[in-house]
Ligand binder design. Structure first.
Ligand SMILES: C[S@@+](CC[C@H](N)C(=O)[O-])C[C@H]1O[C@@H](n2cnc3c(N)ncnc32)[C@H](O)[C@@H]1O
Length: 286
């Protein structure tokens, strides 16, 4: 754990960086939850000249705002170790990928909903951090997550690495992608016992049309829905009618339609394919 004494103020124009004793530094927005500080005057007298007290008061105020933001950042940073673990695992899960097979040019011409695009792990982690801030993340080992349109399964494995779920389930309509997810799952299972950090009990995939299946209860639903047609979104909303009030949906660019799903967060993100909206919705009506 980083101690307060390991931190010192380093003024750079009006921007303040935290500097670790080992010389490493970063902007406050990158601060991990290990960093902590209180608003106090720097002990180094040379900094008192650099910061006249009236300026320091303003600075303190800025720090208080930053502290609030850091508290928020710490919620998503608690998933960072899992994200790093997933990055290390990914090459083992997908040792040789044929991009043409994954992209499925043969089918995505027919329907935009079948278009392939991966969400970044950072955005998934950001979304889970926001859900945690809303106090809506299920207790460890008790909640289930589903990725509707799970592609080759990357978000499911990421989710399983970053948090302890009871179940992480992916449903994918396109057979060739579902098969790649299944192959990755076999490799995952062979690793599971040797990596104690993998705390999610069940990871599974189904090759199916989400509109055709009977949904059990999930606490968190992921929809990388940017290319989904409005018709598909309406059908998905209908399928999700069975979900309990309080269920959270992470949607990318296209939100679930209807009055049952309230938008509780919306922000812009940079995804591998371009700009996208991260939308978090909460089911408010049965
Ligand atoms: C944009 S990709 C996202 C893949 C994955 N979630 C990720 O982020 O890595 C969307 C996926 O949804 C799938 N899909 C589209 N319609 C579907 C449906 N009705 N049922 C299940 N999957 C569907 C597509 O085939 C595609 O692989």
């Amino acid at each position: 754990m980083l101690k307060k004494k390991d931190l010192q103020f380093v003024p750079v124009h009006h921007l303040v960086l935290w500097k670790r004793a080992n010389g490493e530094h970063g902007r406050t927005s990158n601060v991990s939850r290990e960093y902590s500080f209180s608003v106090s005057k720097p002990t180094d007298p040379s900094l008192h000249t650099a910061f006249p007290s009236f300026f320091f008061h303003r600075l303190s105020f800025t720090f208080m705002e930053t502290a609030i933001r850091i508290e928020g950042a710490s919620r998503s940073s608690k998933f960072q170790d899992g994200l790093a673990l997933y990055s290390r695992l990914e090459p083992c899960l997908y040792p040789s990928l044929n991009p043409a097979l994954v992209l499925g040019h043969d089918i995505s011409h027919h329907c935009p909903s079948l278009m392939y695009g991966e969400l970044s792990g950072e955005t998934l982690v950001k979304a889970l951090g926001l859900i945690d801030e809303l106090e809506a993340l299920p207790r460890e080992g008790e909640g289930s997550l589903i990725d509707i349109g799970s592609g080759i399964g990357k978000q499911i494995f990421t989710a399983a690495c970053v948090y302890a779920w009871k179940r992480c389930i992916g449903v994918e309509i396109y057979e060739k992608r579902a098969k790649l997810a299944e192959q990755a799952l076999q490799r995952w299972k062979s690793k599971q016992s040797s990596i104690p950090m993998l705390r999610t009990r069940v990871v599974d995939f189904a090759c199916d049309d989400i509109v055709e299946i009977e949904m059990e209860g999930f606490q968190v639903i992921l929809l990388v829905s940017a290319a989904f047609t409005d018709t598909l979104m309406r059908s998905i909303a209908k399928v999700l009618d069975s979900q309990a009030v309080g269920t959270l949906a992470i949607c990318i660019t296209k939100a679930l339609p209807g009055p049952k799903w309230e938008v509780v967060h919306k922000s812009e993100r940079e995804e591998p394919w371009g700009r996208a909206w991260l939308i978090i919705q909460k089911k408010i009506l049965a």
